[in-house]
Design a protein around this ligand. Structure first.
Ligand code: 5AD
Ligand code: SF4
Length: 432
């Protein structure tokens, strides 16, 4: 048996690409190991969304140089967004790299490894038509691609350059995959796409949700990521109506300033966004809304930053991911005049994060004493006397138990204490 060591950075899409690559490699007789020194193949699945993600990868890559010196037979493959963005150049910078495989070419992972080495970064307009195997980490909750690529060209974002144009998977192959997953015992799927609302298969995205909702044995449906410009009443109503679709949406706002949103090419104003939030909260009582924010976009004034602060106070998100603006190669924002110094971006990020910490904590505290449906994902990693799962609103709950309850169980849980990033709870019997 050949052995592969795989390390992944980045978004859920990337982690799922790794599961698919492992699926393909298994078909070629590979088995996963957790020590790169034991491997015949070291595979890095990389992210280039921000400079920091890139730096982490390069320092890790540097370490493999010594492994290769000791074992010249080991193959080193770099996949993912850095692979696509750097291409041939990556092999020049690190000559010990054998394979460079872009995200649109993971379908070919099994076959390209037959070669001595190479760069595989061509466009693959048929990616969505190929069904790929996957080795999933969780036995309960599964990622399922519904579309690939992105057509939005937000001015800060490298993704349209690394993942290519939008392609939707055909309805039948999505349904078939989810049916198979439920037969294997999976209870929850998370539909993946850079912008799931622009799904354009034989049905619209809300139509797809309606079809998936019919699948017997499936308990929960989640999806990421949504773009505010494409979110309409039909989707809000589908989330509200369909029993399996969870009451959570990740809806990146990026900034509370209209001028900055325009410079980002987001195609909505803050008022448009607020209107969508109202619509969602009306159609789906109790919906959790999370978002992404970029601090210190080029030319952002202190006042425009304050507009973002005001937006966070007004909307009261359940959680956010916030990042300092990071200039990325090929993007328009990287070329803009008015790049802000790092300390200014850092200061603004700090202000955003500390405000949101308070809001998140307050929102979580409001759940104390309530009863939530939790899907058990497994034991808590640091405490075997606790189970871990998520509420329908995607909040992590650690549950104290006396008897073992199998992963995949839906449990009614009383929330006993709220923390910033998780909740504590105890099971309630169905008669409570
Ligand atoms: N700099 C900082 N944050 C970025 N994001 C995307 N590109 C950049 C960048 N160049 C953030 C956005 C996006 C999330 C996935 O990453 O907020 O929604
Ligand atoms: Fe995912 Fe974007 Fe990072 Fe690529 S660059 S791995 S699409 S977050």
């Amino acid at each position: 048996m050949k052995k592969v060591y795989i390390e992944t950075w980045g978004c859920q899409m990337n982690f799922h690409d790794s599961e698919r690559m492992l699926g393909l490699l298994k078909e070629q007789g590979y088995q996963e190991v957790d020590d790169p020194r034991e491997a015949d193949l070291i595979l890095f699945n990389t992210c280039s969304i921000r400079e920091k993600a890139e730096q982490k990868f390069f320092s890790q890559l540097g370490r493999t140089k010594h492994i290769k010196k000791r074992n010249p037979y080991v193959k080193i493959a770099v996949a993912g967004c850095i692979a696509q963005q750097r291409g041939e150049n990556l092999k020049e910078r690190a000559p010990y790299v054998d394979f460079v495989i872009g995200p649109q070419n993971i379908t070919r992972v099994g076959e390209v490894l037959e070669y001595d080495g190479g760069v595989f970064t061509e466009d693959n307009p048929r990616l969505a038509d190929i069904d790929l195997p996957a080795i999933r980490k969780s036995p309960v909750t599964a990622w399922v691609n519904i579309m690939y690529g992105c057509n939005n060209f937000c001015t800060y974002c490298i993704v349209p350059y690394t993942r290519g144009r939008e392609q939707s998977r055909p309805v039948d192959s999505i349904l078939k995959e989810i049916e198979e997953l439920t037969h294997e015992g999976y209870k929850e799927v998370t539909l993946l796409g850079q912008n799931v609302n622009s799904y354009a298969g034989e049905v619209s995205f809300p139509g797809l949700l309606r079809l998936i909702n019919e699948i017997e044995g499936l308990e929960r449906i989640r999806f990421v990521t949504s773009h505010p410009k494409d979110l309409g009443r039909e989707l809000a109503e589908a989330i509200g109506d369909l029993d399996k679709v969870c009451e959570h949406i990740h809806l990146p706002l990026q900034s509370g300033s209209d001028r900055i949103l325009r410079l980002m090419n987001r195609k909505y104003t803050y008022m448009d966004y607020l209107e969508k939030v109202r619509m969602l909260r009306e159609a789906v009582p109790g919906i959790a809304i999370t978002t992404d924010i970029i601090a210190g976009f080029p030319t952002e004034t202190e006042q425009e930053h304050k507009a973002t602060i005001r937006a966070l106070k007004e909307i009261q998100f359940d959680g956010i991911f916030a990042f300092k603006f990071s200039p990325r190669p090929m993007t328009r924002a990287a070329e803009m005049d008015g790049q802000l110094p790092e300390p200014v971006r850092a200061e603004r990020l700090k202000e955003i994060l500390s405000l949101q910490d308070e809001i998140t904590e307050k929102k979580n505290k409001a759940l104390e004493g309530t009863i939530q449906e939790v899907l058990i994902e497994g034991s808590n990693q640091s405490d075997p006397h606790k189970l871990t799962g998520r509420t329908r609103t995607n909040k992590i709950v650690n549950i104290k138990i006396d008897e073992q309850i199998p992963a995949g169980t839906l449990l009614r849980v009383k929330i006993t204490e709220a923390h910033r990033h998780s909740l504590d709870g105890v099971p309630v019997s169905s008669t409570d």
